[in-house]
Structure formats: C-alpha cells, structure tokens
Design a protein. Sequence first.
Length: 743
Amino acid sequence: MNSFAQSGLRRYAVRIGLVFVPLLFATRFVSAIDEAPPKKLPLGQFVTVTSPVDDAVFNRISTAALKLQRQAGQEDRPAILVLQIEPGTSQFHQVQGLAKFLTSENVSNITTVAWIPATVTGPNVLVALACKQIVMHPDAELGDIGRGKPLEQQDQQQVLALAQKRHNIKVNAAIVRGMMEQQEQLWRVRLRTQDGGKDELESRVVTKDELETLRGTNVNIENAEIVKDAGTIGTFKGSAARSLDILVAQTAENRVAVAGQYGLPREALREPLPEKENRKVRLIKIDGVIDRLQESFLLRQIDRAVAEESQSIVFQIDSPGGLLVESITLANAIAALEAKKIRTIAYVEREAISGAAIIALGCDEIYLYPDAKIGDAGPIQIRPGQAFERAPEKILSPLKVALRDLAEKKHRPIAICEAMADRLMKVFQVTHRDNGRVWFMSEPEIHASNGEWIQGVQLRETNGELLFTANGTRAHELKIAEAPVSDIEDLKNRIGVPPGMKLAPVEKTWVDGLVFTLNHPAVVLLLIVLGIALIYVELHFMTGILGILSVLCFSLFFWSNFMGGTAGWLEVVLFVLGIGCLALEIFVVPGFGVFGVSGILLVLASLVMAGHSWSFDLATNVEELTWQTGQVLMALGIVVAFGVVAARYLPSLPGFDSMVLGPPGSGADEPRLRLETSPSNAGSTGEIGLGEKGIALTMLRPAGKARFENRVIDVISEGPFIAADAELEVVAVTGNRIVVRQA
C-alpha cells in the first residue's frame, strides 16, 4: 500500500475515533446515571418547644429525636428534627440540659434545626444555639440570653462552651458574647487569605478586642462593619442576620416553608403524641347534603369530642356539598380546634365537593383515595324553574376571603383554594429563587413577591372553563392534601393509630334522633296543628290539661328548631309576646282590636321565622320563607276546619251538651252550668243561668269569686276590673267559664 493510501486510512481512523470515543464515554456516563440509586427523601419531624422547658418537654423532645434517628438508621435515610421554639421563660439548668442532649453523640446522625417563628429571648435561646441550623421568621429576633441582666460567670462559661463546639458553623463565641453582654461591640470583618496559592475571602464576626488583635497581625482586612454597638441589647433579627450571613441558614414565613426548604413531607408537620394519647381519636361522619340541621348536629358532635378530651378527630367526608354559610361555619369551627391542640383530619373515600370541600380545607390534614374528588366550591343560585346559575360577585367575594383565611391557617396554596370558587383564577407553578422550593400562586401574588418567586407553567385545572377540582393524587402534587391512602387501615397507620384499634365514632344520642324526627316537615306541621287546636279546645273545656299539652307541643317545636339551628331566642320572645297580646285581648280588653291583631301576627311571625335559616342568596331566602309560611297557613287551615266540625258536632255528643254552647236556633235551652253546692249546703244542687244576679266576694282582676244566693263560684269579668261587694250579672256561660259584668 502506498504512503498516500496509508495516510488516508489514518485520517479515516482518526475521524471514526473522534466520533465513537466520545459517544462511548457518553453512553457509559448515561448508563452510570441510570444505574445510580434514586435520592432518598429525608425523614422529618416537627416538635414544639414550649415554655417552661421542664422534664416533660425534655422527655418529649428526646423521645422524638431518638425515634427519628433509629428509623433513619433502619431505612438508611437522612433525618431532620425541627424544633419550633416558642417564646417564654425557663430555668437555665433545664434548658442547658436539653442543649447538652442536642449536641451529644446520642443524636449525632440527625440534623437538628431550630425554627424561630417569633422573638425568643432568655435561656430558651440555648436550644436554638444547640441546633445545627437555625431558621427564623424575617421579623423574629433571637438573643438577649440574660434578658438585660448579666449571666453568672459559670452560666456564661457553659454558653461559650456550647458555641465553641461549632455545632452550627454560623454561630461563634463572639456572637454568643454579644447575646449575653450589652457592652460587647461586634464587628463583621472580611479577610483575604491564601489557600494553595489562591486568594480567598473569609467573613467572620469578632469582638472589638479580637478585631484589634487581627489588626496587629499581617492578616489582610478588606472590610469591617459594626453589627452590634456597645450598650445595645444583643438580639439579631432574622432578615438582618440572613443578609449578614450569620446565625441563620434561612428565613421562612411559616412551618410549611421550613418543611419545603428541607424537602420534608407534610406529614412531618404532625407532632408526635404520647402513646396513651394516641388512643383518644374520634371519628365524625359528614355525609349527605349539608344544611342547617346537619350543621347543628355536627357542631354538637364536635363539642362532644372536645368534651371527651380527644387529641385527634377524623372527619369522614362523603358529600356533594350544601348551604354556603353552614359549610363555612363548620370549616371555621374545625379550624379553631387547632387552638385547643386538637389535630383534625379529613378522610375522603369518594368525594368532597362544594361545601364539603370547604369543610375539608378547615382540617389540618386531608387524606383522599387516589380517585376521590375534591373542589368545585363555587356558589350557585336556583332560579325559577329550578335553573342553576353562578352566584354574583357580592356572594363570591366573601367566599374567597373565607377560603383565603382557611388556606393561610392550614398552610395550603391560597390561589388553588380560591380557584375552587373562582373559575377565572389562573394559578401558576412557581419556584423560590434562593432554595428552589416549589409552590403555586396567582399572578398578583407572584408580582407582589418582588422576584422572590419565579413564575412557571399554568396549572391545567385553572384554564378559565371549570372550577378547580382534583383527585387524590393530583391534590397531593399540588400540596392541597397528603399522599393518597388506599383504605382505612392505611389511614390509621399514617395518622399513628395502632393497627388493632378501631376509630371510635362519636355516637348519635337519642337527643340527636329526636331533633331529626321533630324537624321532619310532617312532624313540624303536626306540632303546629296540635298546639293551636289544643288551645281552641281548652277555651271550651277549661280543664288545664289541654293547655299544658298545647304548651308541650309548642315547646317541642321551638326546642327542635333551636337545636336544629333555625330558631333562636328572638322567635321564642316573639311567640310569648304574641300569646300575651292574645291573652290581654281575651281576658282584659274584650272585643277584637289592636292586641288581638298584633298577637296573631306575632305568633305567625315567630312560627315562620323559627323554621327558616338565612343565607347570602335572596332567592333562597324567599323560597324558604314561602315554604315555611305556607306550612304555617296550612296548619291554620286545618285548625279552622277542625273548629267548624267541632262547633257542629261537639254540642250534640253525650256528656258535652251541658258544657258547650249550642248553635243559635238549635232549639236548646239556655246553657246552664250545674255546680255542686258549698259545704254549708251539701246535698242540694243549683244552676247558674244567663242574667242571674250575684255579689263579688273578691276583686275581679279580671278573675275572682262571686256569690249567687248560697253558691260561691269562680267568675271572670268581661271587661274592666270590678271591685269587691259590687253587684254582678251573668252575661255568658261557656263550659265551666262564667263571664260577668257589673250590674
């Protein structure tokens, strides 16, 4: 082969090598990436450090830390313990013991993080200094260990020894001295050093004396600035410390943000409970349409669970929604349980739609089946002809405010919660510019962050066509709910309920059953009819028993509506006032005038209002008022029909003819009341008839006693009061009711 051919072959081989050798290395590199094990998610646990720090607090924290470290070792995963340090006062030796434990070898394999949501001063600061990292709210402050007073020398040495361990690389002895001594002046210096022939910049915080020592050496000090003046309180604000790159690793607005910075799941936010307290878990079922009666019933069940000192309440939700005001009221009541240290869990097997979704958002945690649905909480109105249309802005606005409040309380994306009610809400995935945390916001929220959040893609569920709705898997991806559960046993395992233990439901009492029965429309109608009819009959018989039964019927009516949430004291007062006006009309002011008309109107108004619950929707209010008014008028019609039949047939029945006034023209004699004689004339009988004369023995106001010959009987004046010893004349006899006037 000639030299020219050999040269060509060599060039061809070089070209092949230039192509295939990089390709071979790239293939091996990709293969190595594919074969690399996936990064394991860290284990996490939040624990609140309450004040005062005592043995109980120490045991709770140490137990959680040791359990977390043991689990991390078994699963070969990193572990992070977040201690939320609350303001308060503690004994120095108690806090020093906890700090010593946190820096010991017992928990050396877990990362301890101090989360400072509010200003912490005094000995509690030692807990933060003992952690490997500190995260603060931008407006919170940390420091002033002695609270304006110098610590004892021995205590100062223990605090300095804690700082000299350099457990937290952003904390040194100078910073700690500044926290303990007001007269200490602190400087932040930037030094240029040599490392392997390369210039490097180093930043550190030093005291004034340490700065003078540095200036006396050959160290190149490029910059020096005062971070604490002498004579000032030694506290450091979160935002300032972050900008100086001292003391804190990050700043955060809330617990969820802290969890996001360390890649912790939402389950980590749940604080551990002692084993004996884990057994106090109650189950409340929310199914069917949510109305005023259901709201009242669920509120009573919540109160029972609280009275039983439950640590956790599981709300098993399967509902298409219901009334807006009632749903918001329930959601706020559930959210308020956090202040009582009660953990709330929403458990959705099939759906939590509309008002049920609002209730679920009031819970601390939401667990759904993978295919379960949550969302679509937009308010609607029912127009004539049963046509549905979306509610106006005046109703949507307060609902969005309520959803925003729930989202802020439970640390969920505000924009997604609002999108459940507003289909025009556009929500975007955003990324934090500093730590890469993923969240979801609307455009106004992104603009208000001033570049802190970087806008990403728009969520497909917020395209302006439908209200936001998601299944269990998607809700978890969007940080609305926890990871989906497969069944009730999976839920129990996730919330820490022992496998062999059943979730104890809050039992429905006989009172609840009676309330539901008495609020049935047919029973409501029956109570009104009986209440009015018994009064009508009592006025003819005057036995007293029928009046008591009438009072019982109306008492049950108002009590059931009171327990059902539709009646209050106003309706009861109006009813009593109306009865009082009618009594005045019958017994004091004869005839039919202002008192009679006012009494009837007040009674009717109280009966109508007692069965009605007000809402935002005017059309719904009119519909309910129309129905309730029709029900009351129907009851009155039944009573009138009963009165006509009674007036026609009751006087002719045996035993009633001498007690009931016969109709005019019936041929019956004038009604007379047969009475037993007084004790002085026992054995004889007498009769009282119309026009008979007598003498008042007592003052008639309007009732009293009168003598007719040798008989003493109870009478009632037809009008004004009559003085004693006045001459009387009988003007009416109805049953055993004798009406008289002054002769």
